[in-house]
Design a protein around this ligand. Structure first.
Ligand code: NDP
Length: 621
């Protein structure tokens, strides 16, 4: 806690009637401690080997064959989600024709290709979330789009920017290796392809590799088991809209209560004979209030409206101030209240510690409201009590849903709260929790995605740079990047990840910033006829120092005081976690920093090697 906070009477008043801040702090600490595990991230098992079937693609026909490809492109885009699509779109806008998406799935879409569980949707407003709406002409039907609509928007992006041309689907990259002699990346795949690419863009996603809990007996279950990111509609019936008509005589268990579970549990509750929801830590579920788009309003917006709206949302969610809250939903609730509280003090000289105390108080108030809302919706008092989250709102990813809590009022739905311990064992016939066995026909793992494992493990391939250095070796002790995109030792390579990049709650916003920047750098290298471009070691060091300095300025012990989650390496944030930090800054500072860098035009911090002989452009697709 801050050494110097506001005066006691301020804190009492600030807590509001009935809120005892010290007692809440203590309660949060106790709840956190209950959940801390010695095995941290090792509690999860990789989906590989005997668990490999959990990652099989349910959205394609089994058999697929094609001859291997062996040719050359200017840019290989590895991944066909928003990263590959936006990099492709921005490169096309700069006149780069020779591009190729290489994608494991059967289509573009990434997250929205894989995640088709019932109820899948995005709870960031569609008018902000769907990138390049104005360019593509998509008109979201609702304030919060269902997954199918977002997937369709991804396909529309690919069509609009001609990114299906030359794309290789159902193709897993197995290795990419820099060949210094020819200044090309050699991309190998599981289909026997051997491609050359002047540039590679690693757009493998942020939450792409599903993970399983390492619960003893997990491989023993004889019923049907799958992960939310690979839903088995052949078994459940229905589709992403729900109506799981084959579950009427089935007992289903769900492990996990994060954002995916919050969306699919209402549909399982509506269709299954009996549903058990196994909870370790409750989600903080706030109101969503979805509604149809007013198409007249949408048509009336002036050109450039989306950029303006996204920036407004970004500024407000990152703690800045805008006179108007264009999105006006629960994401901006806490930051707006913090701002109002600061204005109320009448002071402009509040210290960082004083600001932290104000933020904490507003957060407590917000979470009290969320807890009160649960108590008002969930009829059984013990269930309502168990569903209450006891941590600060951004310790875990906040959830927004209006049907999750009422689902626990159904007679066929039971919350099995495990008091922070989780499921103990999985047997051939069900799940053991709280020392009791629950017999199940079907077990759904809503257990999330790998975040802090090795990049190569998540990507599914190793990246081998200059002199044989692998990215895994390079990042053994922590991330090192320049601008969160370039890595010294890895020429002509762009890595689209969250590490050391700008902070946002709206991923496509950050991805588009990165895409724009990549397209600029590629355009410059081609225009200058350079052979290769690479971040200098000094620039990389300076960027890491800047990120870490800014991380310290942010509330560093916040992560340590949080309940465990993938946000804080399961409650054990260390040096490696910190190296993965966002570039913390004032709203849109990262965007401005990149655009000023581009405006300088000198590619500062990057070294380019001159072409040897005439530069040959790769053939176009
Ligand atoms: P999460 O990682 O958020 O949740 C995983 C869940 O599994 C947690 O509730 C976790 O409990 C639980 N769990 C893990 N191991 C065990 C165990 N041994 N016993 C019992 N429970 C266990 O995954 P999600 O797929 O829900 O969400 C991942 C991310 O995807 C979100 O954070 C969000 O960024 C994104 N997403 C976004 C959506 C959107 O609307 N934009 C919708 C859905 C997902 P515990 O909390 O105790 O660790």
């Amino acid at each position: 806690m801050a050494s110097e906070g506001p005066r006691n009477e301020d804190r009492r008043g600030a807590g509001g009637p009935g809120i005892d801040l010290d007692a809440l702090r203590e309660k949060y600490r106790e709840e956190r401690d209950k959940r801390i595990r010695a095995d941290g991230n090792d509690q999860y098992v990789e989906i590989a080997g005997r668990h490999a079937h959990f990652e099989h693609d349910p959205w394609v026909e089994e058999r697929f064959e094609r001859p291997p490809v062996s040719d050359e492109v200017e840019v290989a885009l590895i991944g066909g989600g928003f990263g590959g699509l936006l990099a492709g779109a921005r490169l096309r806008q700069r006149g780069v024709e020779s591009l190729r998406i290489i994608e494991k799935g059967g289509d573009v879409g990434g997250t929205w290709y894989w995640n088709r569980y019932p109820g899948v949707a995005c709870d960031v407003e569609s008018y902000c979330y769907l990138p390049l709406i104005e360019e593509v002409g998509t008109r979201p039907k609702q304030k919060y789009s269902p997954g199918a609509e977002i997937f369709e928007h991804c396909r529309a992006l690919a069509r609009r920017f001609d990114l299906y041309r030359g794309a290789l689907f159902r193709t897993e990259v197995t290795e990419i290796r820099w060949d210094d002699e020819i200044a090309r990346w050699i991309v190998k795949t599981d289909r026997g392809d051997r491609l050359r690419a002047r540039f590679v863009c690693l757009a493998v996603g942020f939450l792409e590799k599903p993970k399983l809990p390492g619960i003893p007996g997990i491989a023993d279950f004889r019923g049907v088991a799958f992960h939310t990111a690979r839903w088995d509609y052949a078994y459940t019936g229905g589709g992403p809209g729900g109506d799981l008509d084959r579950l009427g005589d089935k007992t289903v268990g769900v492990i996990g209560t994060g954002a995916s579970a919050v969306q699919c549990v209402p549909h399982l509750g509506a269709s299954a004979k009996q549903l058990f929801v196994f909870q370790r830590t409750p989600a903080g579920v706030d109101v969503r209030a979805n509604r149809p788009t007013n198409l007249e309003w949408l048509s009336s917006l002036p050109p450039g409206w989306q950029k303006r709206r996204i920036e407004n949302f970004h500024v407000l969610t990152a703690g800045g101030w805008e006179p108007e809250d264009l999105v006006g939903d629960r994401w901006t609730d806490v930051p707006r209240r913090i701002h109002e509280a600061v204005v109320e003090t009448g002071r402009t000289d509040l210290s960082v510690d004083e600001l932290r105390v104000i933020s904490e108080r507003i957060d407590f108030e917000k979470m009290e409201e969320i807890r009160a809302h649960i108590a008002s919706v969930v009829k059984d008092p013990a269930t309502a009590e168990a569903l209450k989250p006891w941590y600060r709102q951004f310790c875990k990813r906040p959830c927004f849903h209006d049907d999750y809590l009422p689902t626990f009022n159904r007679p066929n739905v039971t919350l099995v709260d495990t008091f922070g311990r989780g499921v103990e064992r999985i047997t051939e016939t069900g799940v053991i929790a709280n020392e009791k066995e629950f017999a199940l026909d079907c077990l759904v793992f809503a257990t999330g995605f790998e975040v802090s494992t090795e990049f190569a493990r998540r990507a599914g391939f190793e990246t081998i740079g200059r002199g044989g250095l692998t990215l895994s070796e390079k990042w053994k002790d922590g991330f090192e990047t320049f601008h969160g995109l370039h890595v010294h030792g890895f020429p002509n390579c762009f890595i689209m990840s969250l590490a050391q990049s700008g902070y946002t709650l709206n991923f496509p916003y950050l991805i588009d910033l990165q895409a724009d920047h990549i397209a600029y750098v590629v355009g410059e290298v081609l225009a200058r006829g350079a052979r290769a471009i690479e971040a200098s070691r000094e620039a990389e060091r300076a960027w890491c120092e800047e990120v870490s300095k800014r991380g310290e300025a942010a509330d560093l012990d916040f992560a340590e005081r949080c309940t465990p989650s993938y946000y804080n390496d399961e409650g054990r944030p260390g040096a490696k976690t910190l190296s993965r930090n966002f570039f913390a800054g004032s709203p849109t500072e990262f965007a401005n920093l990149l655009s000023s860098w581009r405006a300088e035009g000198s590619l500062r911090g990057m070294t380019t090697s001159p072409a040897v002989g005439p530069i040959r452009r790769s053939e176009s697709w």
